[in-house]
Design a protein. Structure first.
Ligand code: URA
Length: 272
């Protein structure tokens, strides 16, 4: 085979492998063919659509009309010294993006407003949407266990929140404009709490806090920074549930221990 062609094929295979590995981490279980647009001059290529765990197998692939980006109301930037109550009040009964349409409850956050350790997830799931609290479904049970049994501190001593405050349909990853509409409130929450350490749960939370697209397998366990606050990226508990291996659990356990240790070194105080 021609050497250049062999090189190109090798590179294409490597990037496909990386894409698939990241898709697996994100909960994608299979790919569907997206309906191809009507043919014009060039043949249209059907694009595979990743489908996340829990999404119904048969659903329309056409985006609902409300999925079209709508003009967004500006998200406030909060000054230092802002309180969590002020951030919550500014969020109000938010209609800044389409996620408000199907939500039952806004899931703002839960825990100690003076926490030295903050966990940031992706977005509420079904139980969270019903109860108005973050991480109270299956992934939440695991996170709570890791905090309480693993780290030996009460869940109420930390603060837990998400990138977006309303449940994305079928638990899909929030879209960029939804993240954009909500991110000021996450920034405001962190500004209000000023924790010693943030644990970023999964790729979307880590990418948002670091301001760049990351591969979670590469950055987990490696200290990062967000506005001067130490960030420990780790796997999302939903991923740990799907990949319930001793190795995955060991890695997350190492990350959480490191996060608590660093928070304590920096003067953080935790009830036990
Ligand atoms: N997954 C998240 O990212 N956040 C929740 O609140 C629940 C599940």
């Amino acid at each position: 085979m021609d050497r250049t062609l062999a090189g190109e094929l090798g590179a294409a295979l490597a990037s496909t492998r990386e894409l698939l590995r990241e898709a697996l981490e994100e909960g994608v279980e299979h790919f569907e063919r997206r309906a191809a647009p009507p043919r014009t001059e060039a043949p249209a290529i059907a694009t595979p659509m990743p489908v996340r765990a829990g999404a119904p197998a048969h659903r329309s692939t056409a985006p609902p009309p409300s999925a079209q980006p709508a003009p967004l109301a500006p998200t406030p930037a909060f000054p230092s010294g802002v309180t969590l109550d002020e951030v919550r009040a500014a969020l109000g009964e938010c209609t800044r993006c389409r996620l408000h349409e199907a939500r039952n409850r806004i899931v703002f956050g839960d825990g100690n407003p003076g926490a030295d350790l903050v966990f940031v997830g992706e977005g509420p799931g079904e139980q969270e949407d019903l109860q108005g609290l973050p991480f109270v479904g299956r992934a939440g049970e695991l996170l709570t266990q890791m905090i309480e049994r693993g780290l030996g501190i009460p869940r109420s001593s930390v603060y837990i929140c998400n990138i977006v405050k309303c449940r994305p349909p079928q638990n899909r990853t929030p879209l960029p404009d939804e993240v954009h509409a909500c991110r000021g409130f996450l920034d405001g929450q962190i500004e209000a709490i000023r924790p010693k350490v943030i644990v970023a749960l999964g790729k979307p939370a880590t990418s948002l806090l670091l301001g760049r697209d990351v591969a979670i397998t590469r950055v987990r366990g490696v200290w990062q920074e967000y506005r001067g606050i130490a960030v420990m990226p780790t796997f999302h508990p939903a991923f740990v549930l799907r990949q319930y291996t001793a190795e995955t659990r060991r890695l997350v356990w190492e990350d959480l221990k490191a996060a608590l240790g660093r928070a304590r070194e920096l003067g953080g105080v935790f009830e036990t």
